[in-house]
Ligand binder design. Sequence first.
Ligand code: SF4
Ligand code: SF4
Length: 89
Amino acid sequence: MAFVVTEPCFGCKHTECAAVCPCDCFHEGEHMLFIDPIPCIDCEACQNACPTQAIFHEDSVPEQWRDFIALNAEMAEICPSITERKTPR
Ligand code: SF4
Ligand code: SF4
């Protein structure tokens, strides 16, 4: 089980989420962040830090965003890791 970043993250990249993650799960794509499900320990820290409510537990991802579960796993493998907060765009 893991947490998943979904559509409201698109274009935001406040990245508080990445700064609070104790397991360095976050990876940075061109337009949004992704969580690597393998190291995720379901601690909820990122969900509480995200101002756009973009992060859900994979069991609770709204129906219209279910594709993001696989997308996070795929993109986390190819996007660079991000562990610190960046200035939002
Ligand atoms: S805080 Fe939320 S919206 Fe911002 S980058 Fe992280 S997941 Fe995306
Ligand atoms: S739930 Fe915890 S371990 Fe998983 S991505 Fe969020 S902050 Fe990281």
